[in-house]
Design a protein around this ligand. Structure first.
Ligand code: 9D3
Length: 234
């Protein structure tokens, strides 16, 4: 079973998403295990303080290192191997290549979600194997990125997707945008479904889809066609 541990001050954000649809089913089927830890449970003061003012001044608060250290140490005390990932805008940019790499992990993946302006640097130095960002936009914390990582890895694992949603991507579609999709009715507001899709000629349909996917990719995401070395990783 593939395992995730998540440290957050908002466990409800993770529980909500993981309690629905494909993630819920994957957890029920024991294909993935996700344990969500509330960082406040690892504080020692009456007010369950997880943040403090930044040394050197400036606006915003910084996440304290001690609760994170306590949480990570407690979680790791079971002796199970883990890859510790901190979600941060300074991290390696996530993509499908990183997801595929992480899906091969035999270790559990421990995700540390930050909030506030940042996390005390000593957390990274003492506890973190790798830092990941999900992209160049500003969020309010690491919880959505943690879910992005859990979701994108989980759907790569055997049995997580049903036959209906399955990864049976035709060979031509990898690394390209999708072709246009249609369902009933065959005409809506004067707009007709392309004739070829109603023809029943599967070879012709495949050719049309391949051509449409290539056309779209060239028009909208030519970077995807520029070679394998850009497509994944690094
Ligand atoms: C506007 C505040 N920024 C000043 C330069 C710093 C900043 C601090 C904390 C920006 C974002 C955040 C919270 N974001 C994350 O914790 C985060 C994140 C993201 O914002 N975008 C993409 N990936 C990630 S992973 C974690």
């Amino acid at each position: 079973m593939f395992g995730f541990d998540v440290i957050t001050i908002f466990p409800g954000i993770l529980d909500a998403y993981l309690g629905e649809s494909i993630m819920k089913r994957a957890i029920e089927k024991n294909l993935i295990d996700v344990k969500v830890y509330n960082l406040r449970d690892y504080t020692t003061d009456k007010h369950k303080t997880v943040d403090d003012y930044p040394y050197g001044g400036g606006s915003g608060m910084v996440m304290k290192v001690e609760p994170l250290y306590k949480a990570v140490t407690a979680i790791k005390s079971d002796g199970v191997q883990r890859l510790t990932v901190m979600l941060s805008p300074q991290g390696r940019t996530y993509n499908q290549g990183v997801a595929e790499e992480m899906a091969k992990e035999t270790r559990r993946i421990l995700l540390i979600c930050g909030r506030y302006e940042g996390i005390d640097e000593r957390t990274r130095e003492l506890l973190v194997d790798t830092e990941i960002s999900t992209g160049d936009y500003v969020l309010t914390g690491g919880e959505l990125p943690a879910l992005v990582i859990i979701d994108s890895i989980s759907r790569l694992l055997p049995g997580v997707l049903g036959d209906e949603e399955s990864n049976k991507e035709e060979s031509f579609s990898w690394g390209m945008l999708d072709y246009p999709h249609y369902t009933r009715p065959s005409e809506f507001m004067g707009k007709k479904v392309p004739e070829v899709l109603l023809s029943g000629n599967h070879k012709l349909i495949m050719e049309w889809r391949k051509q449409e996917a290539l056309k779209r990719t060239l028009a909208r995401r030519p970077d995807l066609l520029e070679g394998v070395e850009h497509r994944s990783n690094s």
